[in-house]
Design a protein around this ligand. Structure first.
Ligand code: AHM
Ligand code: MG
Length: 335
């Protein structure tokens, strides 16, 4: 049992490790923590809204009637704008970047990119969903509005990234480039408590996570990888186990703890893969590398891709190093 420590205390304790002004990051992460608690509360009663109409109407502006992904987007945006550290956000829920125009925000050094509620189609069936976030230092001059260049930086420029998984317990996992740390939410006291310090992914994975319904449309190398996973080679621990929730944060979180790989290759419906480079792939890539794993688009490192547009998609292979190496090798041998 680790020492009882809260997320807030932990961030303060680790601030010296952060390469830039430390108090700023603490404040920024605390706004994410606050929004996560509010979103967690709403998700936990999501099933009740349809049963008891009054639950929805109790809310001041009828916010509960909004779809939860829109609700989460609003909550994260306003929590981030309320601090002085962020000059703008880009979100999977917004067509364009959102510029915070108050003077304090114009003087801020950071931008945040987020997927406020990933896998939200799973809420109706009571399956875990998540929030993903990614933090960069702006490249535009402080004092003016943020620009698109601030958001179109390669993932290797991230200063922090993390996710919240709203699961059987709610957890926040983040990295600032010095390891990966996980905190479990205790709803009785409203606090995230340190539960997983220095998380590392097993180098050899045994779980593969992919929507196999798309099998016939996968590239040949990916098809061969799936067959490799299914082959009966007990000396190598194969066949591997197949696990797919269809909720990236949950699939990723399980694989991080147990060892495995999540794949979303190109398909007929999504020729460049389904997942977004900026809101989903880069933050997860930063976390997985910090945990000792690997993230690739099938041929190259995710975090070295220079983004061209906010909602760009890429094929995504993320998890234990041996599995990502294997799928990359099969892709290159089967162009
Ligand atoms: P979303 O951002 O629209 O929620 O889509 C992302 C989600 C991921 O969480 C999940 O891994 C994937 O889509 C599942 O897609 P599919 O249903 O095609 O397997
Ligand atoms: Mg998403």
């Amino acid at each position: 049992m680790p020492d009882m420590k809260t997320l807030g205390e932990f961030i303060v304790e680790k601030q010296h490790e952060f390469p830039h002004a430390s108090g700023e990051l603490s404040s920024l992460l605390s706004s994410i923590r606050l929004a996560a608690k509010i979103v967690n509360r709403e998700i936990n009663k999501a099933g009740l809204v349809d049963i008891t109409g009054s639950v929805g109407s109790e809310n001041v502006q009828g916010e509960q009637q909004q779809k939860l992904d829109v609700y989460a987007n609003e909550k994260f945006k306003s929590a981030l704008e309320a601090r002085d550290q962020v000059c703008g956000v880009a979100s999977e829920e917004e067509d364009e970047m959102v510029v915070f125009n108050k003077e304090l925000n114009r003087n801020a050094k950071y931008v945040v990119l987020m997927d406020p509620l990933d896998g939200s189609s799973n809420i109706d069936v009571n399956v875990s969903v998540g929030t993903i976030f990614s933090i960069y230092r702006r490249v535009s001059p402080v004092g003016g509005p943020c620009t698109e260049e601030d958001f179109l930086q390669p993932g290797n420029q991230q200063v922090a990234a993390g996710y919240v998984v709203y699961g059987s317990s709610t957890m926040l996992v983040y990295t600032t480039g010095n390891g990966v740390h996980g905190f479990t939410y205790d709803p009785s006291i409203g606090v995230f408590c340190l539960s997983h310090e220095n998380m590392t992914i097993p180098e050899k994975g045994k779980i593969y996570s992919i929507n196999e319904g798309n099998y016939f449309n996968f590239p040949l190398g990916v098809k061969k990888f799936i067959k490799f996973c299914q082959e009966n080679v007990p000396s190598e621990g194969r066949p591997y186990t197949s696990r797919y929730i269809g909720s990236l944060v949950s699939d990723f979180h399980r694989n991080l703890l147990k060892g495995g790989m999540y794949l979303y290759p190109s398909t007929a419906a999504y020729p460049n893969g389904k997942l977004r480079l900026l809101y989903e792939c880069n933050p997860m890539a930063f976390i997985i590398e910090q945990a000792g794993g690997k993230a690739s688009d099938g041929t190259s490192r995710i975090m070295d891709i220079k983004p061209r547009e906010l909602h760009e998609r890429v094929p995504f292979f993320v998890g234990s190093t041996d599995m990502v190496d294997k799928v990359e090798a099969l892709i290159s041998e089967n162009p």
